[in-house]
Ligand binder design. Structure first.
Ligand SMILES: Cc1cc2nc3c(=O)[nH]c(=O)nc-3n(C[C@H](O)[C@H](O)[C@H](O)COP(=O)(O)OP(=O)(O)OC[C@H]3O[C@@H](n4cnc5c(N)ncnc54)[C@H](O)[C@@H]3O)c2cc1C
Length: 445
């Protein structure tokens, strides 16, 4: 991009943090270059709906180039960032054809997010995929739908039961939302479509090492969510940890210390996240410390120690134990953009970043949600309406908002799902580690 001597802002990552930073610089006299290894902005809060056949990929992942179309000072590059030369003020990256790319900057904003972690058991990754990228969601969808197809053809009751057993590890919002939708699929959507298998007999097990589901929610809403899940026939096993995970099932460590094997052909991992590898690269380049989750311990103004021109924001930074949620990343994106603009205008630096907590919410099946936001604590159908409104408003693009609402109405009124695609190659396969496409695979974020 011709910068005409303008201040060059390079943004790494087009997720919530990076995209909101880029947009907040729309009227600044700067040249913005946004680099991402995928060409889309992913609305991760609705990934579980792609994984369970409610929404299609494009509805939650508009092209970054299209999103920033009207912003004359912004350019988008599709490349995988590999490192930083903070002294020389360069970002190094690899283009899709393997060529090296070096992009110079005056200010840098890095928002590379997080990646699932298996707490030292990387061998579980192939048998228990996480849910972080579109590739993860597509794979999970094939596997969930394929399990019912395999159950229809099972030769023994044991084989059928294993295909009809789904274990979700981790009872935070992602685990609860995924669990609710798998149970709904099995008991509310699929029973009419299968002849030989009673999908209502599906066993859906939600496990968590902690004492309750949705630990970050108030007690009343936790109990409400657990009751709603049980209403869908979900088996909730708190105080229970994964001991071993293989393609044939999972070994659970029960609260009394006993080990129990659950034969399950589908195990989903929603238990832990760690800062993206670029956090390590930035830490090494700047000498910044990281916390236990690998997050960069940035200064109160979100810059790296000794580098006032370099910001790390969103999920990959650790400041005041802020949660890894979209609101933090969005507010930090705007904050970093504002700090750069005021510096260029010769104004005083802004006060330290302060997070405005707007609350949290999670769905529990299609008609229920728990909401702890805007001073309200509600559950049930009203909660799900509020959840739907907020999520639609934050989706990027009017077209996607309209189509998403239509798909939700379609599901509610017809008790069907429109995105139930699976083929014979993927229905019963486990993802090989070596099979994972580098730039979009969740395992190497
Ligand atoms: C399944 C799921 C459900 C969620 N639900 C909610 C919810 O309901 N509410 C909520 O508030 N939050 C939710 N979150 C969390 C929320 O999505 C994150 O907090 C938010 O996305 C963080 O924004 P970010 O910009 O820091 O990172 P991200 O949005 O993850 O963006 C990181 C970007 O960096 C890019 N990138 C990474 N490495 C490189 C590289 N080497 N080179 C180039 N590009 C790179 C990635 O491709 C990605 O586009 C959910 C997360 C998940 C996974």
């Amino acid at each position: 991009m011709v910068t005409n001597g303008r201040h060059r802002v390079v943004i790494v990552g087009g997720g919530f943090g990076g995209l909101y930073a880029a947009r907040a610089l729309a009227n600044a006299d700067v040249a913005v270059t946004l680099i991402d290894r995928v060409n889309h902005h992913l609305f991760q809060p609705l990934l579980y709906q792609v994984a369970t056949g409610i929404l299609s990929e494009g509805e939650i992942a508009p092209a970054l180039r299209g999103v920033l179309r009207g912003q004359a000072n912004a350019k988008v590059l599709l490349a995988e960032v590999t490192g930083f030369d903070l002294a020389g003020r360069n970002v190094t990256a690899v283009e899709p054809d393997g060529s090296d790319l070096v992009v110079a900057y005056d200010s840098l904003i890095v928002a590379a997010g997080m990646t699932p972690t298996y707490f030292g058991h990387d061998e579980w990754r192939a048998a228990a995929p996480g849910l972080k990228t579109l590739e993860d969601a597509r794979w999970l969808r094939s596997h969930i739908l394929g399990a019912f197809e395999m159950a229809e053809m099972a030769r023994t009751p044991e084989e059928r039961a294993a295909w009809l057993t789904f274990v979700i590890v981790g009872a935070g919002p992602t685990g609860v939302e995924l669990t609710g939708e798998i149970a709904t699929l099995a008991r509310g959507i699929l029973p009419r479509d299968f002849q030989d298998v009673a999908t209502r007999d599906t066993r859906v097990v939600l496990i968590d090492a902690g004492p309750s589901v949705l630990p970050s929610f108030p007690e009343k809403l936790r109990r409400r969510a657990a009751a709603d899940l049980r209403g869908w026939g979900v088996e909730i096993r708190t105080g229970t940890a994964a001991e071993d995970i293989r393609t044939a099932g999972i070994d659970l460590r029960n609260p009394d210390g006993s080990i129990e094997h659950v034969a399950a052909r589908t195990v989903c991992w929603a238990a832990g996240m760690r800062a993206a590898p670029l956090a390590d690269a930035l830490a090494a380049a700047s000498g910044t410390s990281t916390d236990r989750a690998g997050r960069l311990l940035v200064r109160p103004d979100l810059t790296l120690p000794g580098h006032a021109e370099a910001f790390a924001i969103g999920d990959m930074m650790g400041l005041d134990d802020l949660p890894g949620v979209a609101q933090v990343a969005m507010q930090q994106g705007r904050y970093a953009a504002g700090a750069i603009a005021s510096r260029l205008a010769g104004e005083d630096p802004p006060p330290p970043f302060r997070y405005k907590d707007k609350g949290t919410m999670a769905t529990v099946g299609p008609r229920h949600a728990v909401v702890d936001a805007y001073g309200l604590r509600i559950g049930g159908f009203i909660g799900s309406m509020m959840w739907a409104f907020i999520h639609v408003m934050y989706l990027v693009g009017w077209g996607n908002r309209v189509i998403t609402v239509m798909r939700w109405l379609f599901q509610l009124t017809t008790r069907n799902r429109s995105q139930r695609l699976v083929d014979v190659r993927h229905a019963a396969s486990w993802r090989e580690l070596g099979d994972r496409p580098g730039p979009t695979g969740g395992g190497d974020a």
